[in-house]
Ligand binder design. Structure first.
Ligand SMILES: *Cc1c(COP(=O)(O)O)cnc(C)c1O
Length: 358
């Protein structure tokens, strides 16, 4: 028997084998209708039922307050960068802790008023700021941060002090990986292709009290109130991505929920950081307190060996370990769907590779 293959890509990320198997079985016939989910009408009672279940599971998993709204829409997290700025109003204050928060600020500046209140680019995005290191200008409309920087590999393990400003968070690459203080946020968004399924759908959690009226020229699909009124169906939704999201939420519950996954994710990340910390052969520049549990980027001390590392990793069943195209190096993305056995295999491979080439 060939050993299982593990896929460490940052996104689209691996799906649990059980979820893929269910999709394969159910694909020709959605819930006994004889029609495939790929062809299914979004206004049908069956799809409405799936929508309701999806929202209920999502609310349960994240303990979303009853007065908050949950929306599912296309456009990815990248569209939320602009949409959040258009709808929260006032001057946005941004903690720029990596490539994604820098993009969020850039998009916000295109459509609204926004500024960085802390910028980690000078230090190569290797650490997160303490709350004492930044201030909110008096005209701040909201504070935006990126909980986990997927490329830099830095993660906020505590919610930053928002000092009364509505708090907006990009949770794309860590949502459901551990409990979060949902009710401390005015807006949370996450595109699905990391921990929630496949690309094409984005989850948005919003406190309606935080919404302002967007500028008059705002297209209706960029106004959250239009989505609230239409219950996430102002136009044809990504039906299949929604279905996969529903499957991922059921799978997450079956794993024991967010608390159980958090414990597993801690163990997984610890395995890799232990290898990195035990050697000079591998280099991870991220400050230990800011380390991501989901994305572990590292370099080889001898950078000429990186191509060999990646080649031999593939031969060992460890795929998609190349770092982001902007940075090179190696990156292991170990989202919820990555089993502990996959991370153990990678850790063992890294030790063996060091013995051979170190
Ligand atoms: C992947 C990612 C994005 C981009 O998501 P799209 O769905 O491609 O727009 C944004 N923010 C973070 C933190 C990400 O990991």
């Amino acid at each position: 028997m060939t050993p299982p293959l593990y896929h460490f890509g940052a996104g689209p990320a691996m799906l649990p084998a059980e979820v893929l198997a269910e999709i394969r079985t159910e694909l020709p016939d959605f819930r006994g209708s004889g029609i495939s989910i790929l062809e299914y009408g979004h206004r049908s009672p069956e799809f409405r039922a799936l929508m309701r279940e999806t929202e209920a599971d999502f609310r349960e998993l994240l303990e979303i307050p009853a007065d908050y709204h949950v929306l599912f829409m296309p456009g990815g997290a990248t569209l939320q960068f602009a949409m959040s700025a258009l709808n929260l109003g006032g001057r946005g204050a941004y903690l720029v802790t990596g490539q994604w928060s820098a993009k969020a600020l850039h998009e916000a500046e295109r459509v609204a008023q926004a500024q960085a209140v802390w910028d980690g680019s000078q230090s190569g995005y290797t650490r997160l700021p303490a709350d004492t290191e930044w201030q909110l200008p008096p005209d701040t409309g909201y504070l935006h941060y990126t909980v986990n920087e997927t490329i830099a590999g830095v993660e906020f393990h505590l919610t930053p002090a928002s000092r009364g400003a509505p708090l907006a968070a990009d949770m794309t690459s860590m949502i459901l990986s551990r409990p979060v203080a949902t009710a401390q946020h005015a807006l949370i968004y996450a595109s699905a292709q990391k921990n929630l399924g496949i690309a094409g759908i984005t989850a948005v959690i919003v406190n309606p009290a935080a919404l302002q009226t967007p500028p008059r020229a705002t297209p209706s699909l960029l106004d959250y109130r239009v989505w609230l009124e239409a219950e996430s169906l102002p136009n044809t939704p990504p039906v299949f991505a929604w279905y996969v999201l529903g499957k991922m939420l059921k799978w997450t519950k079956a794993q024991g929920g967010v608390g159980a996954l958090a414990a597993r994710n801690q163990r997984k990340a610890a395995m890799l950081y232990a290898v990195l910390d035990a050697s000079d052969f591998y280099v991870n520049k991220v400050h230990p307190a800011s380390r991501s549990l989901m994305n572990v980027p590292f370099l080889l001390h001898d950078r000429n060996l990186e191509a060999v590392f990646l080649r031999e990793a593939v031969a060992a069943g460890l795929q998609n370990l190349a770092g982001h195209r902007s940075r090179g190096g190696i990156r292991a993305s170990i989202y919820n769907a990555m089993p502990e056995a996959g991370v153990a295999r990678l850790a063992e491979f890294m030790r063996a590779f060091e013995r051979r080439y170190g």
